[in-house]
Design a protein around this ligand. Structure first.
Ligand SMILES: Cc1cc2nc3c(=O)[nH]c(=O)nc-3n(C[C@H](O)[C@H](O)[C@H](O)COP(=O)(O)OP(=O)(O)OC[C@H]3O[C@@H](n4cnc5c(N)ncnc54)[C@H](O)[C@@H]3O)c2cc1C
Ligand code: FES
Length: 278
């Protein structure tokens, strides 16, 4: 069975993460296994087919997606119950390049629902005894995701930092403030040994990219664009001027690629393909 075949899947568990975010878990009985950063196209019959990052995959091939309710299809996903059926196509796209060297200083930086693919990455890094630092940002406390799980990593050898816009919980401010504070005293050698994996609002990703380029830090960002086919046919997710496709060449891009993508941080396309400001 190929990645592009739609499989009918029964929902086995649903977790209410916060007011407008739910995690939907299903068993995938194929031999396919995703890597952190990859996504699936999720089809709700009669509604739409939309991209969703894979937020978990465990040893028995139970996969999870974590869905923020923003429109028709995400609302339909939120309305589903255990044992309901959905169509799933994937895993699609590329994944976060895992560090070859175990001594790398790793940051996972996520904003809002951007924590979904980073949660899967944290799980895999922890499984291979790799320590990391997570920075999560959210508008308000109730939007923070996967808190128990992330605190658990903090209790072992990794670190967990978080911030909210209003400062009612965690630090007041944004993820880039915390990141800059943490690397402030780094030597040139430490900066060279650092890797940042990020996902979230593109404004945050662009700021992180600028900081990382300035300090010569290895950087990866997961980009979001509206998708139709999810597999390189329709061109809706193309990034100018190189025509890189978020669904096929991405969704993860490194700083060398991002430097050449003029759309990055500036433009995205609507459902008709017309460009608009981010
Ligand atoms: C690779 C990838 C991974 C994603 N992972 C997740 C995830 O893990 N969890 C999650 O909740 N969301 C994720 N998204 C975003 C998600 O696909 C959109 O929120 C969803 O398609 C909206 O569908 P809708 O029918 O509910 O909204 P619509 O009614 O179609 O639109 C509501 C709003 O969402 C915007 N929108 C629609 N499609 C997208 C899109 N593909 N990307 C960004 N904005 C969009 C519209 O412009 C509009 O402003 C991901 C997107 C991509 C490209
Ligand atoms: S979504 Fe169709 S080419 Fe990327």
């Amino acid at each position: 069975m190929s990645e592009n075949t739609i499989k009918t899947i029964k929902i086995s568990r649903i977790i209410n993460e916060c007011k407008n975010v739910k995690t939907i878990i299903f068993h995938n009985s194929t031999e396919l296994r995703p890597n952190p950063g990859q996504f699936v196209m999720v089809w709700v019959p009669g509604v739409d087919e939309i991209p969703m990052s894979i937020s978990a995959c465990d040893e028995v091939n139970d996969w999870a997606i974590t869905v923020k309710n923003v429109g028709d299809c995400t609302q339909a996903l939120h309305d589903l119950k255990i044992n309901d059926l959905i169509g799933v196509r994937g895993p699609l796209g590329n994944s976060f390049d895992k560090p070859v060297n175990k001594n790398k200083n790793i940051f996972l930086i996520g904003g809002g629902i951007g924590m979904a693919p980073l949660r899967f990455l944290a799980y895999e890094l922890n499984k291979s005894n790799q320590d990391f630092k997570i920075i999560q940002g959210a508008k308000v406390e109730s939007d923070l995701l996967f808190m128990d799980e992330l605190y658990e990593y903090d209790r072992r050898n990794s670190e967990f930092h978080f911030c909210t816009d209003d400062g009612n919980y965690g630090e007041k401010g944004v993820t880039t403030d915390i990141f800059q504070k943490l690397i402030k005293e780094y030597t040139l050698e430490q900066l060279k040994n650092t890797i940042v994996y990020s996902c979230g609002p593109e404004i945050m990703l662009f700021k992180l990219f600028q900081i990382c380029v300035k300090h010569d830090i290895e950087f990866y960002a997961s980009l979001e664009r509206i998708m139709r086919c999810g597999c390189g046919i329709c061109g809706l997710c193309a990034l100018d001027p190189l025509g890189l496709l978020v669904c096929k060449d991405g969704p993860i891009f490194n700083s060398k690629q991002l430097e050449k993508i003029e759309d990055f941080g500036k433009f995205k396309r609507d459902f008709t393909g017309k460009k608009m400001s981010i």
